[in-house]
Design a protein around this ligand. Structure first.
Ligand code: ZN
Length: 417
């Protein structure tokens, strides 16, 4: 049985090693990401995307002409669709051997490369929503790379389909493949002028039928404690041990507001690094996260009050606190620029009989950075699951649904933008 073209593309792209490297200072962090970027630029050109090219960093750009009459197209917002070529450093991406498990029956899937790696609905319950699907995995020795080669395959197939069938309504459209998303530097060197879009979507979400337009708002707090250091032999009533004070402060943080005890819409205070510390000086770094500004302020107030309390309790120590804002919930930026990027996404899904679910991002995304820079960019699904691991999977049918949804989304922008 021949596979649909989007799945065929996917199986081809996952075999190209594009792992990024957080320890590298270059852009892209690994030269091999360009192996896929270069291929995508060439394939786009062969499909008829005349302006397709890869820049020095490995970003690929291409334009799909609108099907709208020229005058209408000139008025229409330019939509950009993005996917990243790199795969996560967490697991090897060398020598990926993708496999298709036809007509899934709800059982345990064993992968031939490593008998210890199985896909088991007891651990991965989402599998049970995919009975009858053709499931794609690696052979168990590597990750699959559906994050985000599913997005890449969908966009490439989209380009081919849109150029072959001009009856598919299409707004002015820019395609963009990015690098280094997995190490948090995905759009650092991306020139928004070159991209030239008014609204954008990343195809980097997981479960079908999900959209992410909300991320945490984030701040960092650094607490430094200066103690009083003397010889332990003569320390009575003189020594003030900065280490003990910092340990006591960490223990006083609410245990129910930690990343390990919260989920969904709940925020947290997370002490994550103790700097090289001794009796004389100790320093702890914390991150504060919440989906609302009020919630974030509450976490800031809590840390501030705690520091004040400890100043009273240990008057001979000097305790300083520095709080820095890091980023805002991307929803705020989207509302400031063009909320249609979200409402149209929901409407296009409704038209297909899908209810899009908001998937809260408990972190930052490429889209949140783009939204902050003025390009509203929610994240939409590409169908994959269990990212960054050897247990990663997607399905032929999910890839097709992601492709169909992307077409419906573009049609909605063409007709209503
Ligand atoms: Zn991703």
């Amino acid at each position: 049985m021949p596979l649909p073209s989007v799945a065929e593309r996917f199986l081809r792209y996952v075999q190209i090693d594009t792992q990024s490297d957080p320890d590298s200072d270059t852009t892209p962090s690994t030269e091999k990401q360009k192996d896929l970027s270069r291929l995508l630029a060439e394939e786009l050109k062969a499909l008829g995307v005349d302006d397709a090219y890869m820049d020095d960093y490995g970003y690929v750009f291409g334009t799909i002409p609108s099907t709208l009459p020229a005058e209408q197209a000139a008025q229409s917002p330019v939509v950009a669709l993005l996917a990243h070529v790199d795969t996560a450093p967490d697991e090897s991406g060398t020598g990926v051997k993708p496999m298709v498990h036809v007509d899934y029956d709800g059982g345990i899937l064993t992968l031939p490369g490593d008998p210890a790696v199985t896909l088991d609905p007891a651990r991965q319950p989402a599998l049970l929503d995919h009975l009858g699907h053709d499931i794609i995995t690696s052979d168990g020795t590597t990750l699959l790379g559906s994050d985000d080669k599913a997005g890449v395959a969908v966009l490439m197939q989209l380009a081919e389909d849109l150029l072959n069938d001009r009856a598919l309504p299409c707004p002015p459209l820019r395609l963009c493949f990015t690098i280094d998303e997995e190490i948090g530097r995905g759009v650092e060197k991306l020139d928004l002028g070159t991209l030239g879009a008014d609204v954008a979507y990343t195809l980097d979400g997981s479960s079908t039928g999900t959209i992410s337009s909300e991320t945490f708002s984030a701040a960092e707090a650094v607490v430094t404690v200066e103690g009083v250091m003397v010889h332990p032999g003569y320390a009575k009533d003189v020594m003030v041990n900065a280490l003990r004070i910092v340990a006591e402060m960490i223990a006083a943080l609410p245990a129910a507001e930690a990343p390990e005890t919260t989920a969904g819409r709940e925020g947290y205070i997370h002490p994550h690094t103790l700097a090289a510390s001794d009796v004389a000086r100790a320093k702890v770094k914390l991150i504060l996260r919440d989906f609302t500004e009020e919630g974030l302020q509450r976490h800031k107030d809590l840390v501030t009050h705690l520091v004040e309390l400890f100043r009273l309790k240990y008057p001979k120590s000097v305790i300083s606190l520095e709080i820095t804002d890091q980023y805002k919930n991307m929803r705020a930026y989207i509302e400031e620029t063009d909320l249609r990027v979200v409402t149209f996404a929901h409407a296009a899904a409704e038209a297909m009989g899908i209810t899009l679910e908001e998937h809260l991002v408990r972190g930052g995304t490429d889209g949140s950075r783009l939204s902050e820079r003025g390009l509203p960019t929610p994240n939409i699904f590409n169908g994959g699951h269990d990212y960054h691991s050897k247990f990663e999977w997607n399905t032929v049918q999910n890839l097709e649904l992601s492709l169909a949804y992307t077409k419906a989304l573009l049609a909605y922008w063409a007709e209503n933008g």
